[in-house]
Design a protein around this ligand. Structure first.
Ligand SMILES: [Zn+2]
Length: 284
């Protein structure tokens, strides 16, 4: 088993090659010898069943592992009943699409801490609403795909590694999505050395067990940041951190098999390929 690499969404090169439909992505990715694709529902779940099924069939045919990015509008710590109801709906609709596509992972953002900015209270609210989501998922028979809270890049968002791990402990169907660009940004440059990357895996293994660290879902991009955290995603060619080499060195050395999604701005497939080539060379 090897680590799998692929893009978040459709890169510029895909459109420049004359393609438009996401259903053409799996074949295009296979031609680049990539093995993963994160389908974006980040601006809302608008995909229709036949399209979702076609993406899924093509992914199966070309051996591409599928994940879905759920809407950015999810807000688990909200105190507003309408937003809470919408949040539940975003989860259920994402799970429905995952079923149509055969995607086994759904990445989501926990959301902001809300009024008062008290993170502890906000996390308690987030856990209460998330428990309701998990209950409803169970009741509607949608259990199956993993739900992955993502580590976030801004100080004013919930989603530190500790907060993500706290949600993961609520169910066997919840696993972390670690965005190393975000961790780097929010810590003011704290993901640079292989020791720093290794410490993230060790913390996950300590909290959730070895297997969770071994098969981690990873987002990666170079990222520009300020005191407030994430400012902008760049590409591997740009002069920002985090570096991918020490991360891939830890993964190769420990024989981990994560799924690594490149979130580079526009060059996400090419950059996924660059990382894959580097990783494969390390294994030799
Ligand atoms: Zn995200």
């Amino acid at each position: 088993m090897f680590a799998q690499f692929g893009p978040a969404g459709n890169p510029d090169a895909f459109y420049e090659a004359g393609f438009k439909a996401s259903a053409d992505m799996p074949e295009w990715l296979a031609s680049l010898k990539l093995g993963a694709y994160e389908y974006q529902c980040s601006r809302g779940v608008n995909v229709r069943q036949p399209t979702a099924e076609l993406v899924g069939e093509q992914a199966k045919r070309y051996g591409i592992k599928l994940s879905i990015h759920a809407p950015y509008y999810i807000s688990l710590a909200t105190e507003d009943e309408t937003i809470a109801a919408n949040t539940q709906r975003h989860f259920l609709r994402s799970l429905e699409v995952a079923q149509w596509m055969g995607a086994e992972r759904i990445v989501f953002h926990i959301g902001g801490p809300g009024k008062g900015n008290d993170r502890r209270q906000a996390m308690e609210r987030a856990k209460r609403l998330f428990a309701r989501v998990l209950e409803q998922v169970d009741r509607q028979g949608l259990t199956g795909p993993l739900l992955l809270p993502e580590t976030m890049g801004k100080q004013n968002q919930l989603g530190s590694l500790d907060e993500v791990l706290e949600l993961c402990k609520m169910s066997a169907y919840v696993r972390p999505a670690v965005d190393f660009g975000h961790l780097h940004a929010v810590s003011g440059g704290g993901c640079t050395t292989s020791e720093e990357f290794a410490a993230v895996f060790d913390k996950i293994a300590g909290a959730l067990g070895k297997e969770a660290a071994q098969n981690l879902h990873i987002h990666f991009s170079r990222i520009e940041f300020t005191k407030a955290g994430e400012k902008r995603h760049w590409t591997l060619a740009d002069p920002f951190g985090p570096p991918h080499e020490p991360l891939l060195a830890v993964i190769a050395e420990r024989r981990y098999t994560p799924r690594i999604i490149s979130e580079s701005a526009g060059t996400q497939a090419q950059d996924a390929k660059t990382m894959q080539d580097f990783y494969r060379a390390l294994l030799k």
